[in-house]
Design a protein around this ligand. Structure first.
Ligand code: NAD
Length: 248
């Protein structure tokens, strides 16, 4: 076992942006813990197979990140096993779109719990161990929508704006302990989440993207990975937009 390898937890790491981030860490042969909440293991098995090709040690766990107890157990097991967590990527997220007048309380609560409370759950579960080590990297995946809003996404936008405020507050709390906390706000990225949207919605977004293309998961992964590098050690409390200029 390579003890100098970084221990990296990626929520929502079974597919899409999370998988692309996991693959970046696989290149350095990190120890990767993927959390997901897919109905079956098909996506996470593919991810583990891809990570294995780089010789990275990776495991996947079905954990509902909105559940405080399940998250606590995942991080306890991880820290018992590896002694630490070097990097936390809070990436898991869902969209349940509806115009406000038709949005049920349940849909509001679910999106806020999965997208925002999860970030509290995971960050709190890991921060004590990072404080002890006097180092750590946390990157939270927000969204351009948290900054500019989007009709039909009041719940999603509120959760993603909440992540920005959370990121800046925790960055201030832990900066003195050598831990950086940043957010990455993707624009329109090609994943299962956006495949669910109509061509009309996609084309409307495309019109507003100065770089005139839909983003790829790896566009986001590159920024996330860089924020976790030594080179980005003087950057904390920031929101980096990866949106082809959709927001500037
Ligand atoms: N795709 C985009 O255009 C886009 C744009 C901006 C922000 N984002 C954000 O990026 C992140 C990843 O998005 P994606 O497009 O790759 O999504 P995706 O739908 O492809 O993957 C979502 C991942 O989150 C996991 N997940 C969902 N609910 C969970 C729960 N309760 N507990 C644990 N894991 C859970 C899924 O299992 C899956 O691994 C999300 O936070 C999303 O809001 C995506």
């Amino acid at each position: 076992m390579n003890d100098s390898a970084r221990v990296v937890v990626i929520t929502g790491g079974s597919m899409g942006i999370g998988r692309a981030v996991a693959l970046k860490f696989a290149e350095e042969k990190a120890k990767i813990i993927v959390a997901h909440y897919d109905p079956d293991d098909s996506a996470s098995s593919t991810t583990l197979e891809l990570l294995g090709r780089y010789g990275a040690e990776a495991t996947s766990h079905k954990v509902d990140v909105s559940d405080y107890g399940e998250v606590e157990a995942l991080f306890k097991d991880t820290i018992d096993r590896f002694g630490r967590v070097d990097v936390l990527i809070n990436n898991a997220g869902i969209a349940r779109d509806a115009l406000l007048m038709r949005m049920s309380e349940d849909v509001w609560d679910t999106v806020l719990k999965v997208n925002l409370k999860s970030v509290f759950n995971c960050t709190q579960a890991v921060v004590r161990s990072m404080v002890k080590m006097k180092k750590g990297r946390i990157v939270n995946i927000s969204s351009v929508v948290g900054q500019i809003g989007n009709p039909g996404q009041a719940n999603y936008a509120a959760s993603k704006a909440g992540i920005m405020g959370f990121t800046k507050s925790i960055a201030r709390e832990v900066a003195g302990r050598g831990i950086t906390v940043n957010a990455v706000a993707p624009g329109y990225i090609k994943t299962d989440m956006t495949d669910a949207l109509s061509e009309k919605v996609r084309d409307a977004f495309l019109e507003q993207i100065p770089l005139r293309r839909i983003g790829e998961p790896n566009d986001v992964a590159e920024a996330v990975y860089w924020l976790c590098s030594e080179a980005a050690g003087y950057i904390t409390g920031q929101v980096i937009h990866v949106s082809g200029g959709l927001f500037m």
